[in-house]
Design a protein around this ligand. Sequence first.
Ligand code: UDP
Length: 390
Amino acid sequence: FSSDADFQLQKEDAGPSHSVWTAENHAVDSLRKKWDRYFGLINQALVTYIPCGVSPSDAATCFADVIDADLKPYQNSVGITAEMMRRALPRGILYQVRGHRLYRQMDCLFPARCAGVEHFLLGLVSDLPEMELVVNVRDNPQVSAHEAAPFPVFSFSKNADYQDILYPAWTFWTGGPAIVSYPRGLGRWDLMRERIDAAAEKVPWEEKLPIGFFRGSRTSAERDPLVLLSRTRPDLLDVKYTKNQAWRSLKDSLGEEPAAEVSLENHCQYKYLFNFRGVAASFRLKHLFLCESVVFNVDSDWIEFFYPGLKPWVHYIPVRTDLSDVEELLEFAKDNDALARQIASRGKEFIFRHLRMEHVEAYWRKLLQEYGTLQRFPIEKRDSLLEIRA
Ligand code: UDP
């Protein structure tokens, strides 16, 4: 790997005699010095990066550390007790696996989200041991990191302030946010992968617009500075707030009319795509990679189960949370187009190869098989539960 593919190209263009010091050499050299820090970060990231395998059982190698870390509080002689389940119960939806059948409490707060969870559980239930699990289908995690006596609640996202057990979000199948392009809600990751991949094919790298792009609602004020910068630097950014169900007034789109939504397929026209946390992690991230544009991921410790497999400078360009380096990073990407393209390719390859539906299923399987072995109480019939069938 060359630390500066562009520099190499320009050097070759300058002719065979590198010993002749020309103004052009000087310009290239000062450009190289300008970006040295970032070249160093990319090199370092690539040297330390250990890729994982590609078969579904490699969901284990790519993301197994997450399962180990999440189940660690229960991997002891106490395990998961009936008392812990009693405390978990008010924090989510109770499911039971009994006799290789799936049962759930009557009510689900968000039926489409429960359906998205149940799709995966039903696919596994014939292989699962007896167990009870509490699945939180809200956006926010439920178990504080400061909880001295933790209890097991499954959530799709968390940050360092929580110790919930991560599970692959319902939206891999159904129940994601509904926008104009996806009126039934963002879901069917298997189909979205194909659709965005096909859209990406239609826009070769050279034809992508070299500006930073984001469309989304104001689910976190951390997005504000980029929206504001876009208003003064339309040459650099096209970043606008859209309207979601929580939109009440122009204040929710920072004083301007909300912009029309843009489908994830149409994001592929842009070379630099921004991801931010929202209320928790945003479902957007995995989709952005499929465009094979460069993902500019704004630093945040809100994660989904697969985030730890993605590495800064290997798969995406990390941006400071306060966005103070964003202009410089965009300039870097423009000045070093070949490097930016390599980051885009590695990001796409990771998501395309390691986050297929089979991997999501394999993650659920490994998670629940290990979780099941930790329960140390008899799983008894509860009258209030209803059987969930395919
Ligand atoms: N979204 C989209 N196009 C838009 C606006 C939103 O594709 O113009 C998608 C976005 O990628 C995300 C979901 O809709 O997956 C919800 O976006 P929003 O910004 O409202 O919330 P987030 O979940 O990112 O906090």
